[in-house]
Ligand binder design. Structure first.
Ligand code: HEM
Length: 445
């Protein structure tokens, strides 16, 4: 439709008018509008798990929560989370080491369990060991829910709650998953609250391995004075929102970046050189934000990865009052969709958009483009609150993987993109892993 009708076009889904666009000047007006702030009804499919958390809520509630939650992603707190990326990253490297020498490995599958471990520890302070124990009931329930969101958008039996409950064969296992997801978060909140009530500072506790326990997003919500009016249900919906937004998005981005590195050996070599120059050959087990931020080429690689594979490929807003966009009147009740994916593939902005060229994001090249030419984390008031968290997690993980392994293309693998609540590979991401030569030049497969 974009190639047939241009960069702004409309169509109907049933009786709903949808206006879709991918022009930077118009995106600027939408993201910076103070009236087009609420989400479209399609986000409601997420409600059974996320309730009315930050991603979905609107109006006054969203404004208050956003103000409350933004400080949770402060530099100092993120520094604490980088320790989690380091420790879970160590487990990831062990898991990947088992795959060395095989014809191919689905790296997406492994990364997805890794990011789930990371988000559960940073959001709830709980280690679910998804990487080592694989399909724990929690990890399975998260996966089931995400699959069902897509099923419910595209399958007529999923559209209406009653029809879904009465006629879909998927309902039973879906409902069990939703119940389990709620039970786990509720239990964690209850336990944590009891600890604070007994004034036993959880902050200094150690886990089973003697590591200092992570001061999680949940702890912030339980201890910040401004958050004292939040009920258990309020806290639960925010924690569940972090878990949903914070794991599939990062694992898909990571897997796609590694896929592009496997296909672009000169980019990978340049990145490897930068990593070795900063950290040497010895595995880096305690990276800091400062370490991560020093790597300029890594920054370009990640930005180009998120250009080609924006984990959230479009965002939708509800027009609640008639709105004039560049002289076009958009009537009330229209759904406005910003096509981030199409924007990032616009050849007028990114020549040869299908090619992975990190140099597009050199400082000089970025200065030639406008601020709304690249919006993987959206922009304006409703931008991604976890943006820095995501970037640090992606960068830490790439450093660890590239320092240890050469990532090579897998024979016969053809990437197929899919939309399953986020942009994901439909058929996994297959690569081949080879151990890097050590500093004495002795290599191993
Ligand atoms: C590569 C990783 C990520 C990408 C590309 C991404 C992208 C986005 C985008 C485009 C939005 C706007 C959605 C909309 O308007 O409908 C968003 C919102 C949000 N993201 Fe992320 N995200 C990522 C990771 C994370 C992480 C790690 C967290 C939390 C730990 C997170 C938490 C949120 C939340 C809570 C919102 C809702 C913000 C609001 O409406 O005020 N995201 N994200």
């Amino acid at each position: 439709m974009r190639s047939k009708y241009g960069k702004t076009f409309k169509f109907y889904i049933g009786l709903d008018m949808n206006v879709m666009l991918c022009e930077p000047a118009r995106i600027d007006q939408i993201f910076n509008s103070t009236v087009i702030i609420n989400k479209s009804k399609y986000y409601d499919m997420l409600k059974p798990w996320l309730g009315d958390g930050l991603l979905i809520s609107g109006g006054k509630k969203w404004k208050q929560r956003r103000k409350l939650i933004t400080p949770s992603f402060h530099f100092k707190i993120l520094e604490n989370f980088v320790n989690v990326f380091n420790s879970a990253g160590g487990v990831l490297i062990d898991q990947l080491s088992k795959e060395v020498g095989k014809e191919s490995v689905d790296i997406y599958e492994i990364l997805n369990l890794y990011t789930l471990d990371v988000i559960c520890e940073t959001a709830m302070g709980v280690q679910i060991n998804a990487q080592t124990e694989k399909f724990t009931p929690y990890a399975t329930a998260v996966r089931k829910f995400c699959e069902m969101v897509v099923y419910r958008v595209f399958h007529p039996l999923g559209w209406n709650d009653t029809v879904f409950r009465m006629f879909s064969s998927e309902y039973k296992s879906y409902n069990e998953s939703v119940t389990l997801l709620h039970d786990v978060t509720r239990k964690v909140i209850k336990t944590r609250k009891a600890l604070y009530a007994n004034q036993a500072s959880d902050n200094n506790r150690e886990d089973d391995f003697g590591r200092k326990k992570t001061f999680a997003l949940l702890d912030l919500l339980l201890t910040t004075a401004d958050a004292k009016d939040l009920t258990d249900e309020d806290i639960e919906e925010e924690i569940n929102t972090f878990i949903f937004e914070g794991h599939d998005t990062t694992s898909a981005a990571l897997a796609f970046i590694l896929y592009e590195l496997s296909k672009n050996s000169s980019v990978q070599s340049k990145l490897y050189e930068e990593i070795i120059e900063h950290f040497g050959h010895t595995m880096t087990s305690n990276l800091t934000i400062k370490d991560i931020s020093d790597l300029k080429y890594l920054d370009m690689v990640c930005k180009e990865g998120l250009r080609m594979y924006p984990s959230v490929p479009f965002v939708m807003r509800k027009v609640e009052e008639e709105f004039v966009l560049d002289g076009i009147t958009i009537p009330r009740d229209t759904i406005l969709t910003v096509l981030i994916f199409m924007l990032h593939y616009d050849p007028d902005i990114y020549p040869n958009p299908e090619e992975f060229i990190p140099e597009r994001f050199s400082v000089e090249n970025q200065m030639k483009r406008g601020p709304y030419d690249y919006v993987p984390f959206s922009a304006g008031a409703r931008n991604c609150v976890g943006q820095k968290f995501a970037i640090y997690e992606i960068k830490t993980t790439i450093i660890k993987i590239i320092q240890k392994f050469e990532v090579l293309p897998a024979p016969d693998y053809k990437k197929v993109l899919g939309f399953m609540a986020v942009l994901k590979p439909k058929n996994g991401v297959e690569v081949r892993l080879k151990l890097r030569d050590n500093e004495h030049g002795i290599g191993s497969n």
